[in-house]
Design a protein around this ligand. Structure first.
Ligand code: GLA
Length: 434
């Protein structure tokens, strides 16, 4: 999905003047167009109508970053922007998949089509976006389910590579489609959806080669409209936390910095490894087991256990981020439960500072976005998702949204950065049949 200057009616004129680029709204009309397009593309490619069209949302994470693989708490919600999959089961083992979002074969992602036998899919055999599709039937089979071959076409409204979980949306759309056509019956309950999410995580970890932690798949499959999803990543138990931005006179502005974002390039994995090493040195299963009150003592022990002082300092900062971030999630949820959503701004700011300075996963573009947003009156702002580019979120009073977006765009222009693109995030429905 590409941004334009037209998405928001009331801001159209002003946006063009200020060159503020908005992603088109993922409203009913935009969704209907996408469903029709993906259905037609399927029919054209395979000569018959698909068995159905299924969709799964991207997400933003309100707070709780890089804590899912540490057994921590995070608070994402589903976006109205969804990835669509038109699909039919086959009576053999072949998979044929096409993407309307991958325009040509020269983009290093393996081209717009992929074809092969599902039985031959294994770690290391599939490159690019197709891995996120065929990894799902592979993982479902690994979990003991019977899943046949498939024909599919994908399309969608989740901005690609923007840190809004377009990959998880793709996996989860395929998962709910296969659940129905293979008669698995998992999507009908939250417990079943948790299992589908587990299969999607395996697809991403083992077939796509991204060592991610599971927050995104839970958000896409288990969210509820109007609520954020509090996930306890020790056991992936969830609580739906009502998240009524409109009632509080607020909006959550997403700034896609359009800076490159990929979770398969080693940086993400190296953070995860540092945490696993620290947990082993401290004798805990998860860093989430370290209480904030024990943080200083734990950091001291770590410094004593690692010889090289620079390395010791780095690993201590990684741990400090994780332990303080989990505590910020707790505080955020307490405020929301108390009806004080507007009060979470400083926690968002603190989260960003911790990700920037201690965890070192921010990027110039993300820092500029957050600083400019807060400078323009946002109540708080932070990077969201894995980092190293991608998107930031800013909590803003409804009447300030346009101005904040303009000033962020102006700050990017002043620094010679490529123009960012904006959307408003609203907690939306989970994956399902269209
Ligand atoms: C990516 C991963 C998630 C999570 C976040 C950081 O989105 O897919 O599992 O680790 O980064 O919070």
């Amino acid at each position: 999905m590409t941004p334009g200057t037209t998405g928001q009616e009331e801001s159209k004129e002003e946006s063009q003047e200020q060159d503020v680029r908005w992603y088109p709204d993922a409203d009913d009309a935009a969704r209907a167009v996408t469903v029709e397009r993906v259905t037609n593309a399927f029919t054209e490619a395979y000569g018959h109508a698909p068995a159905g069209v299924w969709a799964a949302p991207g997400r933003v994470n309100v707070i709780g970053e890089h804590v899912d693989y540490n057994g921590g708490l995070c608070l994402p919600f589903a976006l109205p922007h969804r990835t669509y999959v038109a699909l039919s089961p086959r009576d053999d083992d072949q998979a044929r998949i096409g993407s309307a979002q991958v325009p040509d074969a020269d983009n290093g992602q393996g081209g717009p089509r992929w074809e092969g036998a599902l039985g031959r899919v294994a770690p290391g055999t599939v490159d690019g976006w197709a891995a996120y599709v065929v990894g799902v039937p592979w993982a479902l089979r690994e979990a003991g389910h019977t899943v046949a071959g498939l024909d599919a076409v994908v399309d969608g409204l989740v901005p690609l590579g923007a840190g809004l979980s377009s990959s998880a949306a793709l996996e989860c759309a395929v998962a709910v489609a296969l659940d129905e056509v293979a008669g698995l019956g998992l999507a009908g309950s939250d417990e079943g959806r948790a299992r589908l999410a587990g299969a999607c995580v395996r697809a991403e970890n083992d077939i796509a080669g991204a060592p991610t932690g599971g927050m995104d798949q839970a958000a896409s499959l288990r969210s509820r409209e109007g609520a954020a999803l509090l996930i306890d990543c020790r056991d992936f138990s969830v609580r739906h936390v009502p998240f009524d931005l409109a009632a509080a006179g607020l909006e959550l502005l997403v700034v896609d910095t359009r800076a490159h974002h990929a979770l398969t390039d080693g940086q993400y994995g190296s953070r995860r490894e540092a945490c696993e090493r620290a947990a082993a040195l401290l004798g805990v299963r998860w860093l989430a087991e370290i209480a904030p009150a024990d943080l200083d003592g734990s950091l001291q022990r770590l410094r004593g256990a690692v010889d090289d002082p620079e390395e010791a300092d780095e690993i201590a900062r990684r741990v400090r981020h994780v332990v303080t971030e989990i505590d910020r999630v707790r505080q955020t949820v307490e405020l929301i439960d108390a009806g004080a959503l507007a009060g979470v701004g400083p926690l968002l700011d603190a989260s960003h500072a911790s990700l920037r300075d201690d965890y070192e996963v921010s990027a110039v573009e993300l820092d500029v976005a957050c600083e400019a947003a807060v400078g323009a009156g946002a109540l708080g702002a932070r990077m969201t998702g894995g980092g190293f580019g991608g998107s930031a979120i800013a909590l803003v009073r409804r009447e300030d949204t346009e101005r904040v977006a303009e000033q962020v765009a102006a700050a990017f222009a002043a620094k010679g950065l490529a123009a960012p693109a904006f959307l408003r995030a609203v907690p939306s429905a989970p994956a399902g049949r269209v």
